[in-house]
Design a protein around this ligand. Structure first.
Ligand code: B12
Length: 338
C-alpha cells in the first residue's frame, strides 16, 4: 500500500455496534475530565451526522511498536514512556496520508465526494469502526487487536459518501484469557471491554491536569507518560513475529527516539520548560504539557526506591506551582531520609 499503512478495510457508515456501551460509559462518568467525548456524542453514535450522505468508512491501521515475547522490566531510576509516544507524533503523520487517500478516492470516483478524515481527535469511535471494517477485534483491554500484528497499532478513519464494498467485521479471539484484567495495577478494567478511564494510568499521566489521586500514585510505578501494561501482557503482543519485524514505510516515523526510549528520571526532573519543548517537538508527549510530565516524573521518582534521586526531587518541593510542590514533597517523603 503506497501510503504506508499496514492495514485497511471498509465498514458501512452506520451507527457503531457498541453505541449503547459508549452511552453507558459516559453515564457512569468513566470519561472523567474528558468532557469532549460527551460533547459530540450524537456524531460519535452516527457517522452520517459527521458526513452528510455518508456511505462508507475506510479504516486504516499502522504499527507503532514491534511485539516482544518478554517486555524488559525497566531499569532502576528509568522512566517508562508508552510506546505510542516514543517516536514522532502520529496525528499529522497519519492524517496527511489519509487526506491523500481522500483525494485518490475522488479521482477514482471521478466526482467530488463528501469526505472527512480523522485520527484520534474526530467524533468517531475509531475502534468500533476498525472492528466493523475487519481490521481486528476489540480485546478485553478495549484495544483493537490484529491477529497477526497485535495491538500496538494507530488507527485512522475516512468517512465518505462513496459506497465502497464492506470487508466484514473482525472476529473476537480473546477466548477465556483475562491477562489484561488481571495485570492492570489500578483495576481500571472494571469488566471485559469496560475501562473506567479515571483509574487508568494512561488517563492520569496524560489527560488529567490536576493532582494524581494518592490511590493511583503507588500503582503508577515508573510509568511517566501513558501505560502499556494491559498490552504488554496480551498474548497477541507476545507472539514471536516471524523473524524481526521490519520497520518500514510509516513505521519508521514512529520508531522510538533515543531521548524517549528509556529516559532517566534524573534527566526528566532536571528538564526546564525550554528543554522540554525542544525534546517534545512533534511528539505526542506534548499532550500532558511540561507541568504534567514533571508531575508524573516526581511520582515515578517517589516509587523508584532510588534515594540518590532525592537531590533531584528536593528543589521541586520549593516550586511556586503548588501541584508540583505537593507531588515533590510526596515523592521525597516516600524516598525517605537521605
Ligand atoms: C478517550 C481515549 C482514551 C482514554 C480512554 C480509553 C478508552 N478505553 O476509552 C485514555 C486516555 C484512558 C486512553 C488510553 C489509551 N489510548 Co486512547 N483514545 C481515546 C479516544 C480519543 C476515544 C476512545 C473512546 O471513544 N472511548 C470510549 C469508550 C466507551 O470506548 P472503549 O473503552 O474503547 O469501549 C468500547 C469497547 O469496549 C466496545 N465494545 C466492544 N465489544 C464490547 C462488548 C461489551 C460487552 C461492551 C460493554 C463493550 C464492547 O464498546 C465500547 C464503545 O465503543 C480514541 C480515538 C477515537 N476517536 O476513538 C483513542 C485511542 C482508542 N487510543 C489509543 C491508544 C494507542 C491508547 C493507549 C494504548 C495509549 C497508552 N499506551 O497510554 C491507551 C490504552 C488504554 C486502553 N486500554 O484503552 C488508540 C488505540 C489503538 C488500538 N489499537 O486500540 C486510539 C484509537 C487512537 C488512535 N487513533 O490510534 N485513550
Amino acid at each position: 500500500m503506497a501510503l504506508g499503512f499496514d492495514r485497511a478495510g471498509v465498514a458501512p457508515a452506520t451507527p457503531p455496534r457498541h453505541g449503547e456501551a459508549f452511552r453507558d460509559w459516559l453515564d457512569r462518568g468513566y470519561a472523567g475530565e474528558m468532557a469532549y467525548l460527551g460533547r459530540r456524542a450524537a456524531e460519535r453514535l452516527d457517522p452520517r451526522r459527521v458526513v452528510e450522505g455518508a456511505a462508507s468508512m475506510l479504516c486504516v491501521a499502522s504499527v507503532y511498536a514491534a511485539r516482544e515475547p518478554e517486555p524488559a522490566a525497566p531499569a532502576p531510576g528509568v522512566a517508562q514512556i508508552a510506546r505510542y509516544a516514543q517516536g514522532d507524533d502520529y496525528h499529522e503523520a497519519m492524517l496527511g496520508r489519509l487526506r491523500a487517500l481522500g483525494d485518490a478516492l475522488e479521482a477514482m470516483a471521478g466526482r467530488a465526494l463528501r469526505w472527512r478524515a480523522y485520527v484520534d481527535t474526530g467524533p468517531v469511535l475509531e475502534r468500533d469502526a476498525a472492528e466493523a471494517a475487519g481490521l481486528g477485534w476489540i480485546g478485553k483491554n478495549t484495544c483493537l487487536i490484529d491477529p497477526e500484528l497485535g495491538s500496538y497499532l494507530f488507527l485512522g478513519v475516512l468517512i465518505s459518501d462513496l459506497a465502497l464494498a464492506p470487508d466484514g467485521a473482525g472476529v473476537d479471539h480473546c477466548g477465556t484469557c483475562t491477562a489484561c484484567l488481571d495485570a492492570c495495577p489500578t483495576d481500571a478494567l472494571r469488566a471485559p471491554r469496560v475501562l473506567d478511564a479515571r483509574r487508568c494510568l494512561a488517563y492520569s499521566t496524560i489527560e488529567l491536569r490536576g493532582t494524581i489521586p494518592e490511590t493511583l500514585r503507588g500503582a503508577q510505578g515508573s510509568w511517566t507518560f501513558g501505560c502499556d501494561i494491559c498490552q504488554e501482557v496480551c498474548p497477541w503482543n507476545r507472539r514471536r513475529a516471524r523473524g524481526p519485524e521490519p520497520l518500514a514505510g510509516l513505521r519508521d516515523v514512529f520508531a522510538p527516539r533515543d531521548a524517549w526510549r528509556a529516559p532517566t528520571l534524573r534527566w526528566l526532573l532536571g528538564l526546564d520548560e525550554d528543554a522540554w519543548r525542544d525534546a517534545t517537538r512533534q511528539s505526542a508527549l506534548r499532550r500532558s504539557k511540561y507541568r504534567g510530565l514533571l508531575r508524573n516524573a516526581l511520582v515515578a521518582a517517589g516509587n523508584s526506591g532510588e534515594r540518590s534521586l532525592a537531590a533531584a526531587v528536593e528543589p521541586h518541593t520549593r516550586s511556586e506551582d503548588p501541584l508540583i510542590a505537593e507531588h515533590a514533597s510526596w515523592a521525597l517523603e516516600r524516598l525517605g531520609p537521605t
